[in-house]
Write a protein that binds this ligand. Sequence first.
Ligand code: NAI
Ligand code: MG
Length: 358
Amino acid sequence: MSQRIVLLPGDGIGPEIVGSTREVLDALGEFSFEELLIGGISIDEHGTALTDEVLDACRSADAVLLGAVGGPKWDEAVARDPSAPRPEQGLLAVRKELGLFANLRPVAAIPALIDSSPLRPGVIEGTDLLVVRELTGGIYFGESGRRGSTAFDECAYSVEEIERIARVAFEAAITRSSGGKPRLTSVDKANVLETSRLWRETVTSIAGEFPEVELEHLLVDNAAMQLVSRPTEFDVILAENLFGDILSDESAMLTGSLGMLPSASLGESGPGLFEPVHGSAPDIAGQGIANPLATFLSAAMMLRYGLGKESEAGRLDRAVEAVLERGFRTPDLFTGAAGETEAGTAEVTRLVLGELDR
Ligand code: NAI
Ligand code: MG
């Protein structure tokens, strides 16, 4: 039986990049697709960013591939009426309901794009790291509210929540290491926050299960600085929800463009959710110029971590690299340097399909 993939294109450029990704997946194997609504388009159709039917379809799928959600239209509706549904509620609900507590964001400097980064080539050359972010706990899910003119957001973590994400990070460090000693950097703010002190204690105790991994602890402010000053020295970075959100966007700049970064969100069991790190890019939606590569690379992570198809994943990763090496660039990557050719979404997709055919 063919594996079942739920596609959630969402809003803005979502339908363009997910449409292209479907073509690429069709070239790699036999999959059955179910295309469903999430985010703003679901609000327009059903009054909610995620219906129970879509959630059930996701639960019973082998994997879920998402484009992006949101846009000015729904932001304006919320500005007029703060109780109006918000597109990102759909995304938070899928993550929570599927128990997707681990967010994996690989960041590797792609040789062909080294000059697209705002950082000096000498600093980023050889960067190859993985951010493992806790996704269903901490301050994004704590109690929040207003007391008179004061607002508050609670940050809470349990030992169990920290243990399970720590194990994912240690295991990822081992899987990624090719010969060298696997390294894990755990990020916290243990000099100030109680949740961080529990975080550090718990990660240290889990380290006992993985003696082959070298563990270091880094305060988040220091980690933010070192990520841009010595990115090549990181291997796996483990962080709680808020710190991981910020550090993974920061590390996006090491690759040159937000349009290049994939992510995977995994639970204890059941289907994972695979999506590009960028948003719905409403400023360029409908123009045929969106960079589909972060979504292709997310599909490669889906093949690798969600569907057990490592060789297809590797073929897709290499096809993306080959197209970049030949100089083809969507406008977000195009610098006008010699050897570069500007190309739209459809042409880049056709070129990747061509590489897969070789
Ligand atoms: P964004 O990531 O959508 O766009 C930031 C900038 O990067 C824009 O100039 C955009 O054109 C460009 N960009 C992003 N992806 C690109 C791609 N694949 N190809 C070429 N250029 C690309 O972030 P922004 O502007 O802050 O948010 C826009 C909307 O997306 C908002 O409604 C926001 O809430 C939503 N959003 C959704 C996310 C998700 O669905 N996971 C994540 C982040 C934002
Ligand atoms: Mg973010």
